[in-house]
Design a protein around this ligand. Structure first.
Ligand SMILES: [Zn+2]
Ligand SMILES: [Zn+2]
Ligand SMILES: [Zn+2]
Ligand SMILES: [Zn+2]
Ligand SMILES: [Zn+2]
Length: 244
């Protein structure tokens, strides 16, 4: 029965009074009985399935008088332990209570290659290198097109999503250029209108009437020609019918 923590885990050999007599390991979640003997909680609960007497002094156990020793549990948690991956090469030591934290980052922890069909155990520190060479490597296209990439098609994958994104970016750039040109044109137009107004004012102040007269004649001449044109074409039409 191994309810407690293996003695060998600890950097320094733990005191005898921290050892549970049932499992011969360091107390895990220690509880004290009425008789003052202390055991791992799990160990004494298992023991009580067979007999309800203290394993040390044979006094009957009253479960209502069992006390969980939180303080003792905490001070055991502060004891230094060696990493369980010492055999693989981890030299780290840390408080027992930090074990979970260390193991979840330990570079020497074995991990199963995540690629289906590989099944190889790899040390966490070697996972990346293995990933690069794993023949079972596969991954959905990171662009989100839904293609399952494997070693063979990874290089040739011509992702339509990627093309689409490039196209959209190009369109956006062109639209920005067009908008910019439009703004420049509007600025120029308003500048031109301003200049025209200034010229008009200048003309008025110099009392140069010629320009106005010329402009007026131009307009009336154009109107005359326009008015004359339907009648002239009609005349032309009647002429040609007369010829026929
Ligand atoms: Zn125990
Ligand atoms: Zn006892
Ligand atoms: Zn480690
Ligand atoms: Zn693999
Ligand atoms: Zn893709």
């Amino acid at each position: 029965m191994t309810g407690g923590y293996e003695v060998e885990q600890f950097v320094e050999t733990p005191d005898d009074d921290l050892i549970c007599v049932i499992c011969r390991a360091v107390l895990r979640c220690p509880v004290r009985l009425k008789c003052n003997h202390v055991f791992c909680k799990e160990c004494i609960l298992q023991w009580m399935k067979r007999q309800v007497k203290c394993p040390c002094c044979r006094q009957p156990i009253d479960q209502n008088q069992m006390v969980v020793l939180f303080k003792l549990s905490k001070s055991i948690g502060r004891l230094s332990i060696k990493c369980r991956n010492a055999q693989q090469g981890c030299r780290a030591t840390f408080p027992l209570s930090n074990e979970y934290l260390h193991i979840s980052n330990c570079p020497y922890e074995w991990q199963l290659c995540p690629h289906e069909g590989c099944g190889q155990q790899v040390l966490r520190k070697d996972a990346q290198a293995h990933d690069q060479s794993c023949s079972h490597w596969r991954q959905l296209c990171p662009m989100g097109c839904g293609t399952l990439l494997v070693r063979e098609n990874q290089a040739q994958h011509n992702c339509y999503r990627e093309l689409q994104q490039r196209y959209v970016a190009e369109r956006r750039k062109q639209r920005a250029i067009a908008a910019n040109l439009r703004r420049k044109m509007q600025r120029m137009q308003s500048r031109m209108a301003q200049i025209r107004r200034q010229i008009n004012l200048l003309c008025e102040s110099l009392e140069v009437g010629d320009l106005e007269i010329e402009a007026g004649e131009g307009t009336s001449a154009w109107t005359d020609a326009n008015a004359a044109s339907p009648s002239s074409s009609r005349r032309h039409h009647t002429n040609s019918s007369r010829v026929r």
